[in-house]
Design a protein around this ligand. Structure first.
Ligand code: NAD
Length: 497
């Protein structure tokens, strides 16, 4: 039996409406089973923003300790909700149950992490300055999430926004509305103050209404470059609005002749195939120097041939299906295009029926193919041979994206050269391109995004800085020229002007 749709979460209550478009999430493992039926509500964005604005002052003035206490109450409820959240992630977007449980549990660890870093990230002291720096909450933050981390990529922005004193309106992906409902239920069960966290359900039109709303002071968007671009355009005439964009990636792993090949192979597999290749930080290019190219090609070919997708709800499964039939068809189409441009098949991706199934693919390229500039979001690697380290770094830097990059080598000097040449927000040495830390900055350059609204910079991104200066009570600033004028009060001279 389907879970009951409880509606929009506004002002601490779930509310349904009699009109509004109905939409459904479908289990990608079967492409037939409806998981959840949800409904948009025509006036939900106005109501949710109004609710968030009404709650803003009280929440802001409640102080950090009270906000920490409210979030600790949420954190205590997480274990009781983990199973339901993980099952929703698994059934709505096909993530393996093992990965989904990690994602569900990360709600609590994110709360812990942001509480731990907030003082450090927002220091009031400005050494040598005649005052303090304070960080004022933006006000109402609109947070729009993608399907691939349907809980984490709401939560990772919600927690810093709330702790710094903002109220929020979230919009989950339309592919994962049950995940959204379960996230709101967690806060509701924890007795979270009404109006501080609100949720609207729906597709792109609801997202567009939220990000463009006059009552929203800041936006954190995670999703594709194409949608991020639309949001930039839509907010062009709202220059006061902070628009943080966490977008896609086309992430290279460079393997030099002196690399530890066992390590490189293992990390490339995890980088390319975890979450069925649907991570913004996933490895989609491997660039290898000539000395180890043949061996790496053989080892990756062998490994890619052995890995197959399987039932994501089985706790032993490494890789599930893609998130939807549309994702599967687009992915396969892009790879077919790549072949027409000259990409050579080492291991062919093939699509299965009865679900959004694809097998991992490995393609050899010369670096000129246009798909190397496009995020495909599926389990594959483009394999490219470079003449030497300089050539490899140049190829890795040749991308419009700039989210994550990895280098496999024994040489720290090579790492410094790589860091100098490759522009990316996350640099990994002898580790996979994915597996980011919330305690470090997270985000990308180029088409991967603008600010760093996730990771350690998130508290600052949820605020605007204020210079805060005080004088001792009753002291006045001396200005000799002003004193002269004031002394002349009894015998004024004619004003020249
Ligand atoms: P998407 O851009 O299709 O949708 C993301 C969200 O935006 C959805 O909730 C959607 O309803 C909403 N939306 C659509 N049109 C909108 C509009 N005009 N205005 C406002 N909101 C709108 O992305 P997706 O397919 O859900 O997610 C996959 C993408 O997300 C990939 O490109 C991936 O790399 C990226 N991603 C980036 C990061 C990161 O941190 N950089 C993390 C995860 C995913």
């Amino acid at each position: 039996m389907l879970d009951q749709f409880r509606g929009q979460y506004i002002g601490g209550r779930f509310t349904t409406s009699s009109s509004g478009e109905i939409f459904r999430s479908v289990n990608p493992a079967t492409a037939a089973d409806i998981v959840f039926e949800a409904q948009e509500s025509p006036d939900s964005v106005d109501s949710a923003v109004e609710s968030a604005r009404s709650a803003a002052r009280r929440w802001r003035r409640s102080g950090l300790d009270a906000r920490i206490a409210a979030l600790r109450a949420v954190q205590r409820m997480v274990p009781a909700h983990v199973d339901a959240i993980a099952e929703a992630i698994c059934s709505e977007m096909g993530k393996t149950l093992a990965e989904a449980r990690i994602e569900a549990n990360s709600i609590g660890s994110k709360i812990e992490g942001v509480i731990g870093q907030i003082h450090h990230e927002l220091p009031p002291a400005a050494p040598g300055a005649p005052g303090q720096q304070r960080f004022h909450p933006m006000g109402v933050m609109g947070i729009v999430g993608p399907f691939n981390f349907p809980i984490h990529l709401l939560n990772t922005h919600v927690i810093p926004a709330l702790l710094t004193g903002n109220t929020v309106v979230i919009k989950p992906s339309e592919l994962t509305p049950l995940c959204g409902q379960r996230y709101a239920e967690l806060f509701d069960d924890a007795g979270f103050p009404p109006g501080v966290l609100n949720m609207v359900q729906g597709g792109g039109a609801i997202g567009a209404e939220l990000v463009g709303h006059d009552g929203v002071d800041g936006i954190v968007f995670t999703g594709s470059y194409q949608t991020g671009r639309r949001i930039r355009e839509a907010t062009f005439d709202q220059p006061h609005k902070k628009v943080s964009l966490e977008l896609g990636g086309k992430n290279p792993a460079v393997v030099l002749d002196d690399a530890h090949l066992d390590q490189a192979v293992r990390e490339i597999l995890l980088g390319a195939l975890l979450t069925t290749g649907q991570r913004c930080t996933g490895t989609s290019r491997v660039i290898v120097t000539a000395g180890v190219a043949a061996e790496l090609r053989d080892r990756l070919t062998s490994a890619f041939s052995k890995i197959h997708p399987a039932d994501p709800s089985n706790s032993e499964t490494f890789m599930g299906p893609l998130a939807s039939l549309q994702s599967r068809d687009r992915f396969i189409h892009c790879l077919e295009q790549a072949k027409t441009e000259g990409a050579q098949v080492l291991v062919e991706c093939s699509a299965g029926n009865d679900g959004a199934w694809v097998t991992p693919g490995l393609y050899e390229v010369d670096g000129t193919e246009s798909f190397l500039e496009e995020e495909l979001f599926g389990p594959h690697v483009a394999f490219e041979v470079a003449t030497d380290a300089d050539d490899a770094f140049r190829r890795a830097a040749n991308t419009p994206y700039g989210l994550s990059a990895a280098l496999f080598s024994a040489s720290e000097q090579a790492l410094e050269d790589f860091y100098d040449v490759v522009r990316a927000g996350v640099i990994n040495f002898n580790r996979s391109t994915n597996g980011a830390s919330g305690l470090l900055p997270f985000g990308g350059t180029g088409m991967s995004g603008n600010w760093r609204a996730a990771g350690s910079c998130a508290p600052r991104l949820s605020t605007y800085p204020v210079a805060f200066m005080k004088a001792d009570f009753g002291t006045v600033t001396q200005n000799p020229r002003l004193e002269l004028l004031l002394d002349e009060v009894d015998a004024p001279r004619p004003n020249r002007f």
